[in-house]
Design a protein around this ligand. Structure first.
Ligand code: PLP
Length: 493
């Protein structure tokens, strides 16, 4: 394609995306296909001759759209939002058009420096404190810094590797632990990426010690953590890593970082804070306390703008207080990447900050989002998610058939069916079956999409509000439908 041909095709594609957004509300949220249906309908033979982009769009319309679950649908309330806002799409497009690789500073200096600047700005906006910034404004030497990775799973994995490096006195640089029985801690509600990180770090499946939570708040039990660490030490194991969660995946539970960190400090544990979903809420003055304790106590912290903060996947931002531990764990310098800037020590080379070498210019889309929304736009978006979930919680509490499963948390409400239409308590097995059926019927209706979780073997439904196209009317409409489905499920219909 010539530049002119690209321009024409690109206009066509941008029109397609705008039309998709305008029309997606009319589509079922959840894909309505059986396994293999999409594959059976598509012919992906490489054509002998070039085809026009219209041919791709036609197949997208006919064969792929029916097989997609629409994450940008205003009534997508499952998991957590994965917002792909218009400014983010354009920022991503610019990044693709530039096609630069920022693996070391020298391969595209502005890519590295914009990422440093944007992450410093975001660290300050989220209240993480100067210690996590590449360039401090308080006159202290900068020893930390932030990086954009693909996912929180990667950020957590690298935090584990950095912590292992520190705990081993700088000797562990590869997966494998030289015979030491290292232990990590997270709550029973910790995201599964912690388990995966332990496995990938070569620590074995038993290395992760899951700590009990409070039965109502689902926050980690601080006394139980202390007992676990002491028992492991007494058994000759080597505790080295604690993950605290600010906003768990299940119910959005918030761990008490200062209290947990006090235990961690006594035992020399690295404190990693997983705020993948909730951390960005600290952009709101009224929720600045979400990240309480991070500035003072965390060694590393992760939050995902690709969840609630309007930035097209993938964009996970993480910070470390001591970048030497991270770089010490991961730095490998092949001859072909040697260059005077790296050797001067004056620049950051992001190849040392995560597993992969090549890296997209993701800072561009994040910066585009931050500028095109501005603080006021970002705050309005976050507030509308929180208001939506508060409305869900209000509706649940006003309906005797339902009960909250945990305290509502920011943009997330969790609940289950507990009583029949007359308000009489259901036996546990009946409540369980009715709750699951409610979810299945609602989701297959295509009206909305909710996901689920479990505590103590009891299922609850998760209603996460925070999509960029979601309005309060979408919440109200979904509740109406859900309420009717509940009535029919409870009547055995
Ligand atoms: N941590 C929490 C609390 C999450 O909810 C999730 C995903 O939903 C993750 C980590 C993993 O995020 P990612 O998909 O970016 O690896």
């Amino acid at each position: 394609w010539s530049a002119e041909e690209f321009r024409q095709h690109a206009h066509r594609v941008v029109d397609w995306i705008a039309d998709y957004w305008e029309g997606v509300d009319e589509r079922p949220v959840l894909a309505q296909v059986e396994p293999g249906e999409v594959a059976a309908a598509l012919d992906v033979t490489i054509p002998d001759e070039p085809e026009p982009v219209e041919a791709v769009l036609a197949d997208l319309d006919t064969h792929l759209l029916p097989g997609l679950t629409h994450w940008q649908h205003p009534r997508f309330f499952a998991y957590f939002p994965a917002n792909s806002s218009p400014p983010a799409v354009l920022g991503d497009l610019l990044s693709s058009g530039l096609g630069v690789q920022g693996m070391v500073w020298a391969t595209s200096p502005a890519a590295t420096e914009l990422e440093q600047l944007v992450l410093d700005e975001l660290a300050r906006a989220l209240g993480l404190g100067e210690a996590f910034c590449h360039r401090r404004t308080d006159g202290q030497p900068a020893t930390g810094g932030g990086v954009i990775s693909d996912t929180a799973s990667t950020a957590t994995f690298t935090a584990v590797l950095a912590a292992l490096h520190r705990a081993s006195g700088g000797t562990v640089r590869t997966a494998g632990t030289a015979g030491t029985d290292y232990v990590l801690y997270g709550s029973t509600q910790a995201h599964s990426s912690l388990q995966k990180a332990a496995m990938m770090a070569g620590l074995g499946e038993d290395a992760l010690h899951l700590v009990a939570v409070d039965p109502w708040t689902q926050a980690m039990d601080v006394a139980a953590l202390r007992r676990a660490v002491e028992a492991d030490r007494a058994a000759g194991r080597t505790p080295f890593f604690l993950q605290a969660a600010l906003g768990t995946t299940g119910t959005g539970a918030v761990d008490d970082v200062p209290a947990l960190a006090a235990v961690a400090r006594e035992h020399g544990l690295w404190v990693h804070v997983d705020a993948a979903w909730a951390g960005v809420a600290a952009l709101l003055p009224e929720h600045a306390d979400v990240n309480t304790g991070v500035a003072e106590h965390a060694d590393s912290y992760v939050t995902n703008p690709h969840k609630w903060l309007l930035t097209t996947f993938d964009c996970s931002t993480s910070w470390v207080r001591d970048r030497a531990a991270l770089i010490g764990a991961l730095s490998v310098l092949p001859e072909y990447l040697r260059n005077p800037a790296s050797e001067s020590g004056a620049v950051v080379d992001y190849r040392d900050w995560h597993p992969q070498l090549g890296r997209r210019f993701r800072a561009l889309k994040l910066w585009t989002v931050l500028r095109c929304y501005g603080r006021s736009g970002l705050q309005a978006h976050l507030r509308s998610g929180i208001a939506g979930a508060a409305r869900v919680a209000e509706l649940v509490e006003a309906d005797p058939r339902f009960a909250l499963a945990a305290p509502p948390s920011l943009g997330l409400a969790t609940f289950r069916l507990v009583a029949d239409t007359g308000g009489r308590p259901l036996p546990d097995d009946h409540a369980e079956q009715a709750t699951r059926e409610l979810m299945t019927v609602l989701n297959t209706s295509g009206v909305a999409y909710l996901s689920h979780g479990q505590t103590d073997g009891r299922t609850y439904l998760r209603w996460a509000v925070g999509g960029w196209r979601t309005r309060l009317a979408d919440v109200e409409h979904t509740w109406q439908v859900l309420s009717d489905v509940a009535a029919s499920v409870l009547d055995g219909g």
